[in-house]
Design a binder for this molecule. Structure first.
Ligand code: 5AD
Ligand code: SF4
Length: 480
């Protein structure tokens, strides 16, 4: 799952209480952490907490962490250093502040976090967020609490579903976790250890949450999972379903105009899912399909269990089903043993595929993963230099993709007001933000625009016509 820049504090919509306790939630890492932070915020709202925008003002600070690369946990410890000072200052004024660490660093390091940062009161792993209220009650009684058991099925069952006011404050595009964990054990990756083995949420739970989101005005759903396309479930009469069938089911929900999913593994792109890209109008023509490397030797050492040629053939099949699909990827440079020739194979694969967008990283050894013990670790300077070359190529492809949008007519889902009067910012089917002038309409509308220019990470458009609201809910405001 690719990282977001969402490290902002969360909106928690709840009825104001007298002297409510205040919480500051900060999210690092991927979209699943963003989703989890929202669910934790919903659960805290039920406990009477309200959001605050600064840690200085908070009775509870919750850091939802990411462990995927080294810098992420370094970031956590420096944030904890800053929080300790704030906690001490508040204590001098006679005001408590509790510090909780959630997410993948919490899962991976457990008690070690409290040893290294004794001001931390609570460490809670991603599988146990449904126990947050009880854990906080124990902290309130003066205990230091570490909750890192695997209890993921319980999590799905017991986390509160989002309420209408909460959904509304978060906009017309929402995340929905359908799958969590990973059984693939790529040798560089901590996810199988921090998020546990693959678990799929049942269809009924997913549909119920999607219906709630739609009734509150959500128009675009992004299904989340570390291995989202490994999702499987049971339909009517016990029929086996895959992600393709689930997407068709969700597309029937009134109000849901757009569907996306992330992150996929190439080995789990089955025929039904590829067919959904061909046949399902609501499924947007954008796919994040990480390959990591282009050399078969490195792919094998990474335990990806496919070759570069397998990936290229898969891309061909997907493009045959949906010719306008835009691809995005993740890449790692400097995996142990990577030679200049291996790296050149990654560059060649990028040239062969052509990506609209991509994330690329220097390999960072994660303790406890097989990659960390492999011989032939690559020099930092060499990693830096390869990353620069790869990123230059990927950026060039990204800009070429953006330029190819100029003059195109497309549907844009309006998400929020723009910076200038009369402007709205929406999203193209290919995920890029689009700035539309001339008072294009209300948030949640889908409008027909023509792209007139491109910025660094967005497009500018003019209106062609307000589009008939296909699949719009009949009376949004009156639905419960
Ligand atoms: N070092 C560098 N990048 C990594 N990723 C995962 N683990 C590591 C690591 N140890 C990258 C992969 C993955 C993305 C989410 O993060 O490219 O797809
Ligand atoms: Fe990590 Fe590989 Fe699983 Fe993705 S598929 S979460 S990279 S182990």
């Amino acid at each position: 799952m690719n990282e977001t820049s969402a490290t902002d504090n969360l909106e928690i919509a709840s009825a104001p209480a007298i002297n409510p306790r205040k919480v500051f939630v900060k999210t690092y890492g991927c979209q699943m952490n963003v989703y989890d932070s929202q669910r934790m915020a919903d659960s805290l709202a039920e406990q009477g907490y309200v959001a605050t925008q600064t840690p200085e003002d908070a009775d509870l600070v919750l850091l939802n962490t990411c462990h995927i690369r080294e810098k992420a946990s370094e970031k956590l410890y420096s944030a904890l250093g800053r929080l300790r000072k704030i906690k001490d200052e508040r204590a001098a004024d006679g005001r408590d502040m509790l510090i909780g660490v959630a997410g993948c660093v919490a899962q991976a390091e457990g008690e070690e976090i409290i040893r290294r940062a004794p001001s931390v009161d609570l460490v809670i792993g991603p599988q146990t967020y449904h126990r947050l209220p009880q854990a906080l009650a124990r902290v309130g009684r003066g205990e230091k609490v570490v909750e890192t058991e695997y209890a993921i099925e319980d999590k799905f069952e017991h986390l509160p579903a989002p309420k209408k006011e909460q959904v509304k404050s978060r906009g017309v595009s929402a995340f929905l976790t359908v799958q969590e964990g990973c059984d693939k054990f790529c040798t560089f990756c901590v996810v199988p250890y921090t998020r546990g083995s693959e678990v799929s949420r049942p269809v009924s739970q997913i549909v119920a949450e999607a219906e709630k989101l739609a009734a509150a005005g959500v128009r675009e759903l992004t299904l989340l999972g570390q291995n989202v396309n490994a999702w499987h479930g049971k339909g009517e009469g016990g029929r086996e379903l895959g992600l393709g069938e689930l997407l068709f089911r969700l597309a029937e929900i009134p109000g849901i105009a757009r569907l996306r999913y992330t992150t996929s593994h190439p080995r789990d792109m089955d025929e039904a899912l590829i067919a959904a890209h061909r046949d399902l109008d609501q499924l947007m023509p954008y796919l994040h399909l990480p390959v990591q490397a282009g050399s078969d030797r490195i792919l094998k050492a990474m335990n990806r269990r496919h070759t570069a040629a397998d990936y290229l053939r898969l891309v061909e099949r997907i493009r045959a089903a949906r010719p306008d699909i835009a691809l995005s990827g993740d890449f790692i440079v400097g995996f142990p043993g990577e030679t200049e020739e291996d790296f050149e194979a990654t560059m060649q694969l990028v040239r062969d595929v052509t990506y609209a967008q991509a994330y690329s990283f220097k390999y960072s050894p994660r303790p406890g993963t097989p990659g960390a013990d492999l011989p032939g670790h690559v020099d930092e300077a060499v990693k830096d230099e390869r990353l620069q070359r790869l990123q230059a190529l990927l950026t060039e492809q990204q800009y070429a993709f953006q330029r190819s949008m100029i003059g195109k007519r497309m549907d844009v889902l309006l998400e929020k007001p723009g910076r200038l009067p009369g402007q709205m910012v929406g999203r193209s089917p290919w995920l890029l933000p689009v700035i539309v002038g001339e008072n294009p309409g209300e948030i949640g509308n889908i409008v027909d625009v023509r792209i007139i220019a491109t910025g660094t990470n967005s497009l500018m458009a003019e209106m062609v016509a307000a589009k008939r609201q296909a699949n719009a809910p009949l009376a949004l405001e009156t639905q419960s």
